[in-house]
Every structure is written in C-alpha cells, then in structure tokens.
Design a protein around this ligand. Structure first.
Ligand SMILES: [Zn+2]
Length: 475
C-alpha cells in the first residue's frame, strides 16, 4: 500500500502556507495513518497535519475546514488536545488537493509509538526508555483522563492510536497531549467509521457499529495493553505459529478480536509479551480480561473511570530494588517478595501511607496504600465537610524521619499517636515551611496522625486519619 507520506513526497511538497500567509517548511514526517501525515516544521512547537484528496473533493474539504473552525472555537475541550490553530491553503497538484491544518504541540514531546520496543531489543531497555513502569501508569491514566474529558462534552475521538499520543521526551516529566483532531466529532456525525489498524473495536470491524465513546474505550484498552506488554491482545501463538497459507486469515481474526485473548488462553499465549505479573497489578489484569476475555462485550467493556481509578490506585504502589546494579521500581502486591528484574529481595526504605475518614455512624476503612520511596507523594485529608487539606509526605531514611508538609495558609494542629489511634502528642504543622514538619520514626511501627474532628450532615462527626509505617529503615 502506498503511504500518505509517499504520496506527498511524490508531488514534492516542501512547504505549505496558511490563510494568514504564514509559511511552514515540512521538516520531518513524525507519524502517518490512512488519514494523513504529521510533519514537524521550522517552528519548534508547531506541527502541520496534511491530508490528500482527489481534485473534485471540494465539498469534503470545505466540510473539514468548517469542523476545524468549530473545534478551534470550543473552550470546553481538554487543554491537552492539540486543536487546529489555522488552516492550510489547499494546494492543487497533479490531480490532487493537499489540505490540512497547523496545530500546537508542547515542547519536547515525542510520540508514544516512537518509544515502543524495537525488534530484538531487551524489554528492560524499553521499560527504562519509558521512564519505568510507574511512569507508564501515570501516562496511561492521563490519556484516559483526556479521553474522558472529550467524551464528557459529547465528542468522540475516533482514531486513538500510539501515533496520536505525544508524551514528554524527558522521563522526569509526564506531560501527555493528543494530536490529530481530524475525527473528533459527536457520535451521530460519523458517516461510516474510522480506526487505526489493530485499534478498531470488533463491532466496527464487523460493520455493525460506528465510532462512539464505546469504541474509543476499546482503542484505549488496546493502547494501554500494548504500552504495558508490547504485544497486541490477540496476536499470540496461533498467529505466530501459523503457516503462510493461514497467516493472513488468522491475522484478520486477531485484528477483529476473534482469537482468544493472549492472557486468558494458553493456546494463544504470546512468548514475546512482557510478563503481565510484572507489568500489571492483579486488578489491572482483571480489567484487561473484562475488555478482551471470552466473556467480553461492548456493554461490559471497562469504562474510562475504571481505568483512571485503577492506574491512580497503583501508581504509588511501587518499591525500589536496593541492588545498586538494578535499582528498578517494581509493583508491590501480595505474593511479590523479590525484584522481578534481578531477584534481589531487599528494597530501599519506604513509608506506606493509608488514609481514612472516621465516622461516628459507620465503620471506616483505609484507602488503598500509597508507598513513598525517594520522592515526596501528595495526599489529601478532609478537615471540614467541604475542605481538603493537601499534604506532602517525604521520607528521610538517613535521619529516620518522615516529613509532613501542608499546603493551607494556617497552622494545622494534629494528634500524633503510635501503635494505635488514641491519645497522642499534639503537633503543629505550620504553613509555608520548605521541608515540612519532621517526625522521628521507627521501623515497622504504625504512626497515626489524627486531624481535627468536623461536623457534617447536621451534627454527624468525622475525622481524617493518616496512618504511616516505615520499612527497610534498618538497612
Ligand atoms: Zn532489582
């Protein structure tokens, strides 16, 4: 198949202009699909998306340009969506029209696709290029949030795939931006359907549905799965072992989700996939099973809120291997007692924080744990019916202290007890202190910070509690 870039190369286009007489040099093609190609330009953060149509397609182009105009005018679209800034003046050449738009990308972003594992590359090289598994969780959560923002105003994204997702090049950052709003519209406006190979929902491939938020969440599940395991959900043994005769048929079946899910049925297991127990928490594995397993259906497909909650739940449940040659962060859950990358059992010092709201009416339970290793973690605690206090928890393993920093503008008095909730020592957390308040801790000893009691719903009482326990402090 001749690619969009090849077509554009063939007509030797090196620059395009906009209605505002700006000129953009086409520097490098950084992504392409059936719908067009995306180029970097001489302006660092401005990209050009070009598509090509037959010369008599004036009406289609006019309709597209109207849509770009509408999108530009929408203030309620998520800001992490690269909207069209201005339209390219259509160029007629050799019987074709080239058209498109300019969009703005944050600086120093790369496509998710460009980071994926190369042929023969070690999995750990891929994981470290992505900034670790923990960073993957944050990025996947943010993609789900942007998509959810698009759905919440009634739009469908349509063409979610790793070429359209851009993330910070520097692993120290976790910015995410979706580009290419070509297919962004309300579900009812889809005339036919659109999908990127491998990312289309089965009901679209069967021709029984158009694009909708339900098909978007399929594409999202595939994107999340591929990012974590570097394998497509149905491309396992059955496809890999297929003879030449049946290969294309099996590939088609894998594409349409008609083969068994690689993590559910050993007959179609994928030897090339990164191990699920290392890459995914048990509950994430359940979500993938719900999305791709034999009992899955468009109706039971996990919604974006479930993905957001799961990734959020687990993004602070990583510990750090203390083997100096390894130092990997890995998921800590029941049954994991050594580093999956080097089999080392000891881990760097950490604090496990859990918060709870005590009610005098009902039983109270702790939220899911947050593990703090070498960088501070934010926690929120309610201090009145409508007010949350922002806290930052940091461990100084050398000083054997846990530092609590608060972000309100007044003194906050808490009661600090050890071993159980009860009468303790009064501690004042002052605002605007650069390091926060340091509390001396012992290994494996439970500490409780009780915040002041507040009334809610006509006289009921509640109280925020932060429990924290250190591990690995004795080296
Ligand atoms: Zn290790």
């Amino acid at each position: 198949m001749i690619s969009m870039k090849d077509k554009l190369d063939k007509i030797q286009l090196t620059q395009v202009g906009t209605e505002n007489s700006e000129v953009f040099k086409l520097v490098e093609c950084i992504g392409e699909g059936g719908q067009g190609a995306v180029y970097t330009t001489q302006r660092k953060n401005l990209l050009v998306k070009l598509s090509i149509a037959k010369e008599d397609a004036d009406d289609i182009i006019k309709a597209k340009y109207r849509r770009y105009g509408t999108l530009r005018g929408r203030r309620d679209l998520p800001s992490y969506l690269a909207k069209p800034l201005s339209e390219i003046t259509p160029i007629v050449r050799d019987g074709f029209i080239v058209y498109g738009y300019v969009m703005e990308l944050m600086e120093d972003m790369v496509s998710l696709h460009s980071l994926f594992r190369k042929n023969g590359e070690k999995p750990t090289v891929y994981i470290s290029r992505m900034g670790g598994i923990q960073r993957m969780y944050v990025i996947l959560r943010k993609i789900a949030e942007i998509l959810d923002g698009i759905h919440s105003i009634g739009y469908v994204y349509g063409d979610l795939n790793p070429n359209n997702v851009f993330i910070s090049k520097d692993p120290a950052y976790t910015e995410v931006q979706l580009i290419d709003c070509d297919n962004l519209m309300v579900a009812a406006d889809y005339d036919g359907f659109i999908y990127y190979p491998g990312y289309g929902a089965p009901e679209i491939l069967k021709g029984i549905a158009r694009n909708s938020s339900i098909t978007d969440i399929w594409s999202y599940a595939v994107l999340a799965f591929y990012t974590l395991q570097q394998a497509m959900p149905f491309q396992g043994k059955m496809v890999m072992d297929a003879g030449t005769m049946e290969l294309s048929q099996l590939e088609r079946k894998a594409e349409a989700g008609e083969l068994p899910f690689i993590d559910e049925d050993l007959n179609n297991a994928a030897a090339h996939a990164l191990p699920k127990d290392v890459m995914e928490s048990p509950t994430l594995q359940q979500l993938f099973l719900k999305a791709f397993g034999k009992d899955s259906s468009p109706i039971s497909r996990p919604v974006l809120q479930e993905w957001i909650a799961e990734f959020q739940n687990w993004e602070h449940r990583f510990v750090k291997c203390s083997n100096k040659d390894c130092g990997s962060a890995y998921l800590k859950y029941k049954g994991v007692n050594k580093c999956p990358f080097c089999d080392e059992k000891s881990i760097e010092s950490f604090v496990v924080c859990r918060k709870m709201i005590r009610h005098d009416l009902s039983c109270s339970q702790y939220d899911s744990p947050i593990i703090v290793v070498d960088s501070p973690v934010k926690v929120e605690i309610p201090i009145s019916e409508y007010k949350m206090l922002q806290l930052e928890v940091r461990l100084d393993a050398k000083l054997k202290k846990v530092y609590i920093k608060q972000f309100s503008d007044e003194d906050i008095t808490v009661e600090w007890s050890i071993k159980g909730i009860g009468t303790g020592k009064k501690v004042v957390l002052r605002p605007n202190t650069p390091n926060g308040t340091g509390l001396s801790v012992l290994n494996k000893e439970d500490n409780f910070l009780q915040f002041s009691e507040y009334a809610f719903c006509e006289g009921n009482k509640a109280q925020g509690v932060l429990k924290f326990t250190c591990g690995g402090l004795n080296g």
